[in-house]
Structure formats: structure tokens, C-alpha cells
Design a protein around this ligand. Structure first.
Ligand code: ZN
Length: 88
């Protein structure tokens, strides 16, 4: 890591899970920072690959990567939309 940009934020950005203001801020940073741009590219490629693969293909070499992806996705989802139980 060569900068302070959060990997969680980058994952959310790659998944288009940020609100427009946040996406614009992260997008500006990503365009100026090759390290983060590569990170976003990797996340996007991994997400695309996971979406394309049937379940039975998601074994072996993918298992380690998937755990990371799920963690990133969960963190991003939590950061973007915190679960607030709302009784009626
Ligand atoms: Zn960066």
C-alpha cells in the first residue's frame, strides 16, 4: 500500500456501490494514483470472473480469492448501507 486510500472504498467503487459524491472523490484519486487504479482493475476483473463462473468452477485456486472478494463485498455493503433494523 503506497497511499491512504481504503481498499474497502476501492472495492465499493469498483462495484459502483458508492454514492455519487463518494464515487467522484474516489474516482479522482484512482485516476491520479496508479496503485489504486490497478487495485480497482483487479477487483473489477475478479468480480467479473466470479459472476461468469458457475458454482462448480469456484473451487481450488479460486477459493482463497473468493474469501477476499466476499469480505470486500460485505464490508462495502456494510459501509454503504448499514443494516438499521426499523420496527414499523
Ligand atoms: Zn491511491
Amino acid at each position: 500500500m503506497t497511499c491512504e486510500q481504503e481498499t474497502t472504498e476501492l472495492a465499493a467503487y469498483a462495484m459502483a456501490a458508492l454514492d455519487p459524491g463518494e464515487a467522484a472523490r474516489v474516482g479522482r484519486h484512482v485516476r491520479a494514483c496508479p496503485g489504486c487504479a490497478g487495485e480497482v482493475d483487479e477487483i473489477r476483473a475478479a468480480l467479473a470472473a466470479v459472476r461468469l463462473l458457475p458454482d462448480e468452477e469456484l473451487v481450488g485456486d479460486w477459493s482463497g480469492k473468493l474469501a477476499e472478494l466476499r469480505e470486500a463485498a460485505v464490508r462495502a455493503a456494510l459501509a454503504e448501507d448499514p443494516p438499521v433494523p426499523r420496527p414499523c
